[in-house]
Design a protein around this ligand. Structure first.
Ligand code: GLY
Length: 352
């Protein structure tokens, strides 16, 4: 690389202070692709357990030589548009005030570029808006009203994303919050289980792909934590927390308690562990261990000292190897590779 006058002077100044520049051996280790990373013969797509149609669509597009980012975004758009998935896009569970606020991020391996939106209201496909942030601006993350104005400017329609189903679940939650307010508690038979399950599981969708050229991309999109405080942003739109891609190494995404990933930059760490040579599964479990080690607040711990929340990771490396890991009890992920489409089990760090 040619040094311009300014960087030459800067390096000379650093040398003059007696500080050493980054050793050549370290630089080489970090610049080279993971060992044995020949071009894969066949693309690989992975996704969280709600990504059956997502992986199928992404693989279909990859077989037609689509860019891996276009492929994964088209895949998750199916779930964003589906009112039956109440954790993503249209029909997602709303915040405390009954308003659906969406988060999403995308990352493109070949250009190491990224885009994201957070607290986006009224737009079904936050992943598409995130892609336009990446492609049409010099920014990475737009939030709230600014993100919505940006989307509108690019032709997106603003619509009410709160479906009847999501509204009823939210209303039951609100009515049953406390016996001491003026809301009359109702029977929570209808949707009672959903109120609990979705709050505990933080549904989201992540999809990552490796194409036949060995290029990687990923997307994570969500309606976030149900009944969250308005304005809350989770891990999904934060590059390194809910998604990370390094085209030399691999890609990783996450679902689950976003706050844990925000405090540990977990997906970045999964990719860094893969860079060190760990398998995708081991890299995911190592990050689960890191989160567990960093969980100190008593309200986040079970009696036995284990985290009382879950986070799941999904990872694919440059060689097309994939894996996942969860803090508690393991999980499932969709994989579409040369052998077809499979729902694959992955381990948990702790069994409870
Ligand atoms: N992982 C999704 C969220 O916490 O918002």
């Amino acid at each position: 690389m040619k040094l311009n006058r300014r960087s030459f002077l800067k390096n000379s100044l650093i040398a003059g202070t007696g500080l050493t520049l980054v050793p050549e051996a370290w630089r080489k280790l970090h610049a080279e692709p993971a060992k044995g990373s020949a071009k894969p013969a066949h693309p690989v797509v992975i996704s969280s357990a709600n990504g059956k149609r997502t992986t199928a669509r992404a693989m279909e597009l990859l077989k037609q030589s689509a860019d891996p980012l276009d492929a994964v975004i088209a895949g998750v758009n199916i779930v964003e548009n589906d009112p039956e998935d109440i954790t993503v896009g249209y029909g997602g569970l709303p915040n405390e005030a009954g308003v659906v606020q969406l988060d999403a991020s995308v990352m493109h391996g070949p250009t190491h570029n990224a885009g994201a939106v957070a607290c986006l209201e009224g737009i079904k496909n936050p992943s598409k808006v995130a892609q336009i942030v990446m492609e049409r601006t010099d920014h990475v993350l737009l939030v709230g009203k600014g993100a919505q104005d940006f989307a509108r400017m690019h032709g997106f329609k603003v619509e009410d994303l709160l479906t009847d189903k999501a509204r009823k679940i939210w209303l039951r939650w609100k009515e049953n919050l406390s016996k001491d307010d003026d809301w009359l508690s109702t029977e929570v038979k209808e949707y009672g289980e959903e109120i609990r399950i979705y709050r505990e599981n933080h549904g989201t969708i992540n999809c990552c792909a490796l194409d036949a050229n060995g290029d990687l991309a990923g997307v994570t999109t969500t309606s976030g934590l149900p009944y969250k405080i308005p304005g809350r942003v989770g891990d999904s739109p934060i590059i390194g927390a809910g998604l990370y891609v390094d085209n030399q190494v691999g890609a990783a995404g996450s679902t689950g308690r976003g706050e844990a990933n925000l405090k540990n930059l977990s997906c970045f760490l999964v990719v860094e562990f893969m860079r060190q040579g760990k398998s995708p599964t081991d890299a995911c479990l190592e990050v689960c261990q890191r989160i567990a080690d960093h969980t100190k607040l008593s309200y986040l711990l079970k009696k036995e000292g284990l985290p009382n929340f879950n986070v799941k990771f999904y990872a694919v490396n440059k060689k097309g190897e994939y894996g996942g890991g969860a803090i508690l009890n393991g999980g499932k992920m969709w994989v579409y590779d040369a052998t077809g489409q499979h729902l694959v089990d992955f381990p948990g760090l702790f069994k409870v």
